[in-house]
Design a protein around this ligand. Structure first.
Ligand code: ZN
Length: 329
């Protein structure tokens, strides 16, 4: 297919893959009980126009006569209720962790080559294997990882609507030297609800919809937890914890869907230093912030955070008052 001469600007944030190799280290085994183990309850708010998390299924309206949606991709559901599966949040947060910690590039298509051979996906063989920071946290084939997300359920009354968008084309050419994320631009409505070739319908939730769930972690250092917090879009500024950006989750990202802002609700922390599993320490609301602050700071001081990549991503994720491409780009 010829390249579209009127192509709209590509909505990508590009983060160069550093020339240094990932800092691979021995894994932490699950038998040890050391470091920070706990559960952080989170709420996220949709800050883009829409969020769509598909299940691959679709529904149709047999009475549509060309004037309204006939077939649409449905939002993911669990027991009949819309829901954002933990795996889809984990995937999105992992991609950010990989970029900001200079980890291996785990999510590449089969035929893609990255020019840095040192960033090829890690291979786990046994307990003596060395893995990059992201694989040590999230796992890789053969190693379970120490970070999980629960499914996120709607908080309050969250309604869906059927939205018409241009078809989503996979970018033809991958980039062998940079990681690619989607920018936060302004959604552009197509303007009608007629079924039309080159367009599709998706069931989405609107801006300000909220979902609640949890980040579950075991045996992490403060710096590792701080790395996760950076990937959730948090940072320290002076003496405060601030929101640095809104990560993207779900589908239709090329149509500027999926930006969400995470807020901590409650933290339960099991302290290994006390020996044995005692009742957890519980912090709620603003009382969680000093802990977040410490972890974010420990991460900044450690070598886990690759500061150039962090800066590039943070800069690129700033919302832009520019329209999102409506059609093929
Ligand atoms: Zn890795």
């Amino acid at each position: 297919m010829p390249r579209n001469p009127n192509a709209e600007p590509k909505p990508f944030v590009l983060v160069p893959i550093p020339s240094q190799a990932p800092d691979c280290r021995r894994i932490v085994t699950h038998e040890q009980f050391s470091g920070l183990t706990g559960r952080l309850e989170l709420t996220f708010t949709v800050v883009s126009e829409y969020l769509f998390v598909g299940s691959g299924a679709y529904e149709f309206d047999p009475n549509a006569r060309g004037d309204r949606p006939d077939v649409w991709y449905t939002f993911y559901r669990r027991d009949g209720q819309i829901c954002v599966p933990g795996t889809s949040i984990k995937g999105a947060i992992r991609a950010i962790v990989e970029a900001i910690s200079n980890s291996c590039v785990s999510q590449k298509h089969r035929r893609e080559r990255i020019s840095s051979r040192r960033h090829e996906p890690c291979q786990f063989q046994n307990e003596n294997s060395s893995l990059c920071p992201a694989c040590r946290l999230f796992g890789t084939t053969g190693y379970r990882g120490r970070v999980h997300f629960s499914d996120f359920l709607p908080s309050g009354d969250v309604k869906t609507e059927i939205v018409k968008i241009g078809e989503l084309w996979e970018p033809k050419r991958y980039d062998p030297v940079r990681r690619r994320f989607y920018e936060q631009k302004r959604f552009e409505a197509v303007g009608d609800t007629r079924p039309q070739s080159g367009f599709r319908f998706v069931e989405a939730v609107r801006r300000e919809a909220q979902f609640r769930g949890a980040l579950i972690f075991e045996n992490l250092t403060g710096a590792e937890l701080g790395l996760l917090f950076h990937a959730l879009g948090w940072a320290v500024e002076g003496e405060r914890v601030t929101i640095a950006f809104a990560p993207k989750i779900g589908g239709a990202k090329p149509r500027c869907f999926g930006s969400v802002q995470f807020i901590p609700d409650q933290l339960r922390l099991w302290n290994s230093k006390l020996g044995g599993l005692l009742a957890p320490q519980v912090m709620t609301g603003r009382d969680v912030l000093p802990f977040l602050f410490r972890c974010l700071q420990e991460c900044q001081k450690s070598e886990l955070l690759h500061s150039e990549s962090w800066k590039a991503l943070k800069q690129g994720f700033q919302p832009q008052n520019e329209p999102c491409p409506k059609e093929v780009y």
